[in-house]
Design a protein around this ligand. Structure first.
Ligand SMILES: Cc1cc2nc3c(=O)[nH]c(=O)nc-3n(C[C@H](O)[C@H](O)[C@H](O)COP(=O)(O)OP(=O)(O)OC[C@H]3O[C@@H](n4cnc5c(N)ncnc54)[C@H](O)[C@@H]3O)c2cc1C
Ligand code: FES
Ligand code: FES
Length: 490
């Protein structure tokens, strides 16, 4: 029995847990406002909001219902367009802004846009127009043209301070208490009982759309036990069911990765990031999985449910062939906690910036030691400076007094982990190149020599995303981009 709240209605259903929420709301509840477009997470026509109790208040995220199993709705507030319509037949500010700015023509996509924008209005995101537009990055419109929809988003941002109650009906204020009273199976103890695992569903429901509704599976998505992101002192541990959005919002991850937002925004779209888990990305074993490449470059370790653990780089044997048994599920992934001398970068090239998988992606982590380069002249000593040796003065000038600009520091690589996707049958940890880089000074010669090693380590093939030659060139350029981003080396 799956229990949840659908709009203002308590639901207790024995419909198959593997059925999609889209089919449930349209065909079992006759709520036809939610549209069916691609059924692959690509168009956003089926977007709805999912509210979840977090630290005593309900937090809403947009999700694509075509890829969401009913089991993942357990204990949640599922909101369709019918659930935000004001009872008096008027329009919400989001709907009104779409009308006023001519944001709709045939209207097929409009519900999805309205749901995404409403989700943005009631979540904690800063109310800036560019973030409102980002919230709709999973929605595609084939006839209106995006400028009028963007104007609607800007207008909505201007009305945000009128309060959350303007954007959703009054019954939302009671949802927290109602969710507390719902009994769910989500706290059920692990280990799971079935050999098929489903987390966010964003991969498996695209691969097996007809099979999944009738398959017995273990649904790991909302297991609290698998979702935590923890600072363990020397390591950081990310639960397998943490989503890409969970990573983005995690203070632990934000402090470890200053460019977290910039990098993770390149992964799919807002609703997919809200569903896509780390465990699913790793097991999907796509040669271009973004989070897989990310964690390979951190030389992370996979922790399985029964306690076995192994370096992530040893998990991938061949195309979609993994060094794990069918019944083993991933519990968490762990990596060394970044220190001050740590540098990390992620690069991805795809045919369009958002909502696209990579042609080639790559990530690098480095531990470096910096010393002033030979071209740098230390600042003159001032009368207050008391240093017994020239070295002490140099160290102080370098570490505390601003030191030379990055370009004038000589960096030596103490440790390096490099990974790349789209250049082999598996997500690739570039072992030889990583070893080659250790102990070397960062300069143009090192990068060029490392590229020779890297080119020998990869085996891209020509396919719809590009020729072998193009992918080789792309990886070379992205490899150089790491050093430009981190050290200003062009
Ligand atoms: C529109 C769209 C855009 C996308 N864009 C990107 C992108 O830009 N970058 C990218 O990397 N990916 C992208 N993806 C792919 C997908 O979203 C990711 O791979 C995602 O991380 C999969 O996670 P999930 O929780 O949805 O996996 P699911 O679909 O639930 O599962 C995927 C596989 O992993 C297994 N599994 C899940 N969790 C576990 C676990 N804990 N232990 C063992 N096995 C497990 C399942 O059995 C299944 O075989 C996109 C997908 C869609 C639909
Ligand atoms: S129907 Fe296209 S994203 Fe769901
Ligand atoms: S209004 Fe027709 S697809 Fe957007």
């Amino acid at each position: 029995m799956t229990q949840f709240i659908l709009n203002d209605q308590d639901i207790s259903t024995d419909a198959p847990p593997g059925m999609t929420v889209l089919d449930f709301v349209r065909y079992q509840k006759d709520l036809k406002g939610t549209k069916i477009g691609c059924r692959e997470g690509d168009c956003g026509a089926c977007t709805l909001l999912v509210g979840e109790l977090i630290n005593g208040s309900v937090s809403y995220r947009s999700m694509t219902s075509c890829l969401m199993p009913l089991a993942n709705a357990a204990g949640k507030h599922i909101v369709t367009i019918e659930g935000i319509n004001p009872a008096d037949g008027s329009l919400t500010p989001v709907q009104q802004a779409m009308v006023d700015n001519n944001g709709s023509q045939c209207g097929f996509c409009t519900v999805g846009f309205v749901m995404s924008l409403t989700g943005f209005c009631i979540d904690d995101t800063a109310k800036m127009p560019q973030l409102a537009v980002s919230a709709m990055d999973g929605n595609i419109c084939r006839c209106t043209g995006y400028k009028s929809i963007e104007r609607a988003a800007e207008e909505v941002c201007g009305r945000w301070n009128e309060g959350r109650d303007k954007f959703v009906p009054g019954y939302f204020s009671e949802i927290g208490g109602r969710l507390l009273r719902i009994k769910t199976d989500e706290g059920k103890s692990l280990p799971p009982e079935n050999p098929v695992f489903v987390s966010g569903g964003t991969d498996i429901y695209v691969q097996k759309p007809d099979e999944m509704p009738g398959t017995s599976a273990d649904y790991l998505f909302y297991s609290d036990e698998l979702r935590e992101i923890r600072d363990l002192g020397k390591t950081i541990e990310v639960g397998a069911s943490a989503t890409v959005t969970d990573l983005l919002l995690s203070p632990v991850m934000q402090s470890a990765f200053p460019k977290l937002y910039e990098h993770l925004k390149l992964v799919s779209s807002t609703p997919i990031r809200n569903m896509a888990t780390i465990g699913g990305n790793l097991i999907n074993a796509s040669p271009i999985g973004d989070m897989t490449i990310w964690f390979l470059a951190l030389d992370a370790e996979v922790v399985f449910g029964h306690g076995r653990h192994m370096p992530l780089r040893n998990l991938y044997l061949d195309y979609k062939k993994l060094a794990k048994t069918e019944s083993e599920y991933i519990k968490a992934i762990r990596f060394p906690k970044p220190a001050a001398d740590f540098r990390f970068n992620f690069e991805k090239v795809c045919k369009r910036t958002y909502l696209d998988i990579a042609t080639v992606n790559t990530a690098i982590s480095l531990i470096v030691e910096g010393t002033p380069g030979k071209d740098w002249t230390p600042p003159a000593l001032t009368s207050g400076d008391q240093f017994s040796t020239h070295e002490a003065w140099l160290a102080a000038a370098f570490n505390e007094k601003g030191g030379p600009p990055t370009q004038q520091i000589e960096f030596t690589i103490k440790d390096c982990h490099l990974a790349a996707g789209g250049v082999a049958p598996t997500p690739l940890y570039l072992r030889e190149t990583s070893i080659f880089l250790c102990g070397r000074t960062i300069n143009k010669e090192t990068i060029e020599e490392a590229n020779v090693v890297m080119q020998a380590e990869i085996s891209p093939i020509s396919d719809v995303r590009g020729s072998e030659q193009y992918k080789r060139l792309l990886l070379r350029q992205l490899f150089r981009a790491h050093f430009f981003e981190l050290f200003g080396l062009d």
